[in-house]
Write a protein that binds this ligand. Structure first.
Ligand code: NAP
Length: 254
């Protein structure tokens, strides 16, 4: 019997999981993207784009599609989708796993200011005019309009809408992963003094932290929302795959 699995994606873990189950006859997977970026990466398994209409909509989607398993592999900052996934799992009783990617922690030589949100991040840059790299996506830029004294370089997958940008800002549309040597060049050439980033965790965007450490650049780190309570969790795609394999073995034995 095949395990029909919905993977809520938009992350490195979701892509790795898709690659791992692709062609495996035990699984019938579907990868779901929010549609947050203009051109999602084509997936190696069937995929769909767009919201479900809240937790109830997701529960209906799971029931109508006769899914056996749900994996939340969304980004640590996708807090609404995470809540909906847990609620839909409770509504349907489906086998459910949430991937909780570990957060980054400061190392020797780091100069981090930990802040709870974007408003606090803006304040933490300081009053003096600075050259700032914003790597926070494109939804939360408005907070930095409160500090027009800084010059911002905004790196995001798609260019942000011009009206959402701070006044003195340049867009740098780029999709990770990023290499350390490129990060060193970017920070040096643009004379960046402060980086503002979300504590996303993971390796795809981690080289900027190492580059900042080497160059003595200060980081304003926006702490992640606390994930909703759920017992069955994995730290990465490998653990999620092990969970899926176990589920397949259990179903076969049943
Ligand atoms: P969010 O605020 O938690 O979600 C907003 C709404 O978008 C959800 O309620 C849901 O709509 C829809 N949605 C989110 N993820 C979805 C998915 N994988 N498939 C189908 N619908 C989805 O999330 P967000 O911060 O906008 O993030 C959207 C997506 O981008 C996520 O998949 C996340 O993994 C990815 N991403 C986010 C960040 C970030 O920093 N937030 C960074 C990198 C990647 P309905 O209620 O209608 O179902």
């Amino acid at each position: 019997m095949t395990i029909k699995t919905l993977i809520l994606g938009g992350t490195t873990e979701a892509s790795a999981l898709a690659l791992a189950v692709q062609g495996d006859a035990r699984f019938d997977p579907l990868l779901s993207y929010a549609g947050a970026t203009r051109a999602p990466r084509p997936a190696p398994i069937p995929w769909r784009v767009g919201g479900f209409g809240g937790a109830a909509g997701l529960a209906t989607f799971l029931r109508d599609g006769e899914f056996d398993a749900l994996i939340d592999a969304t980004h640590p900052f996708a807090s609404q989708m995470k809540r909906h996934a847990v609620a839909a799992a409770q509504l349907t009783g489906i086998a459910f796993l949430a991937i909780n990617r570990p957060a980054w922690t400061p190392q020797t030589g780091d100069n981090w200011a930990m802040v709870p949100n974007m408003q606090a991040a803006c304040l933490a840059i300081g009053a003096e005019a600075r050259r700032v790299l914003l790597t926070i996506g494109q939804k939360d830029l408005a907070a930095f309009r409160a500090a027009p004294q800084h010059a911002y370089l905004v790196r995001s997958v798609d260019p942000p809408a011009p009206e959402s940008m701070p006044s003195n800002a340049t867009s740098l549309p780029l999709r990770g992963p990023f290499r350390l040597e490129d990060e060193l060049v970017l920070l040096t050439q643009n004379r960046i003094e402060v980086i503002v980033t979300k504590n996303s965790g993971g390796s795809a965007t981690e080289p900027k932290l190492e580059a900042a450490r080497r160059l003595g650049i200060r980081i304003v780190m926006v702490e992640r929302p606390i994930p909703p309570d759920w017992q069955t969790t994995a730290r990465d795609a490998g653990e999620a795959l092990a969970w899926l394999h176990h589920l397949a073995a259990t179903k076969r034995g049943a």
